[in-house]
Every structure is written in C-alpha cells, then in structure tokens.
Design a protein around this ligand. Structure first.
Ligand code: DQA
Length: 149
C-alpha cells in the first residue's frame, strides 16, 4: 500500500523559485495535499527530496525491499540528463508516473526530451501541483486493478 513520491533537485525551493513557472505552493504544502489525498485513497505515501542524483538512486534501490508498490517522480532537471535514475527505476521494476509542474514541451528545447517518459505509466506536465494529486489517484487505481494493493 506504499507509494513513494520523489522530488528532484531545486524542488525544495518551490514557492520561492520562479513562481510564475512553478507556482506559489511550497514543497511542504504540495506534500500536505498529497498526504490528504492518500488518506482518502487509503494508501501510505512517503516523500523524498534530494538535490543529489546518487541519493535518489540509493533511495529508489531500496524501495522493493521496503515493500513499496509504485512511484510518483518529478526528476526535475535530472529528467533531461539522468541515465542513472532511469536505470534505477528500471532495475526495481516499479510502475511510476512522471510529473512536472510546468509544461516542459512549452519551454526551452532542452526540456522537451525526458529520459523517463518512454518507460513511465504516463506523464503529467503543466498542471501545476494538481498533477501530483492526479498522478496519485491514477497509480492507486491501476495498482488496485492489478490486485497489488
Ligand atoms: C520540472 C521541469 C524541469 O525542466 C526543471 O528542470 C525542473 C522542474 C517541472 O516540474 O516543471 O526543475 O521538472
């Protein structure tokens, strides 16, 4: 019943960081909204934010033995660069939804490419903090249908 919510680099600065692009909500308020949604859905969520690629890889590697069933991840800048995080997710073989606050396809060209999208269940990009809520709703529905919850 456990879903990991992973936030990549600089997302600890949400609220202060480019609010016109990423919104005014802090990471804590996004996590609080997700926690509320988890109560409604009857699942457990764990939040992890790191600015370090290796820490994110280490965190992902331990998820199966900790009995996590799915992942919601905003890899932030690592979306466009990190083969290591992509490989970690493939290694643990957990279903995941990729979330971006901004619409990466409406921004600079280097943001158009994601190293995660082709192996994600799906991608939510440009719906602001609500994207995380929709992602949680979706992944829980899919896992329940698969009998994993
Ligand atoms: C982001 C988009 C990325 O391109 C950027 O590097 C981020 C945040 C988003 O949520 O819109 O840090 O993932």
């Amino acid at each position: 019943m456990k879903i990991a919510v992973i936030h990549g680099p600089n997302l600890n600065l949400l609220g202060l960081r480019e609010p016109s692009v990423y919104g005014k909500k802090t990471l804590k308020s996004i996590n609080d909204a997700l926690f509320e949604k988890s109560l409604v859905l009857g699942v457990e969520v764990e939040f992890f934010q790191s600015n370090s690629e290796g820490e994110i890889v280490d965190y992902i590697q331990l998820l199966p033995e900790r009995e996590f069933k799915g992942i919601i991840i905003n890899p932030a800048a690592y979306t466009h660069t990190s083969v290591a995080i992509r490989d970690a997710i493939l290694a643990v073989d957990l279903p995941f939804v990729e979330v971006h606050l901004s619409n990466i396809f409406a921004r600079e060209e280097f943001r158009h490419r994601s190293l995660f999208s082709d192996v994600a269940l799906g991608v939510i990009s440009g719906l602001g903090y609500r994207g995380y809520i929709y992602a949680l709703d979706y992944i829980v529905m899919v896992l329940k249908q698969d009998g994993n919850l």
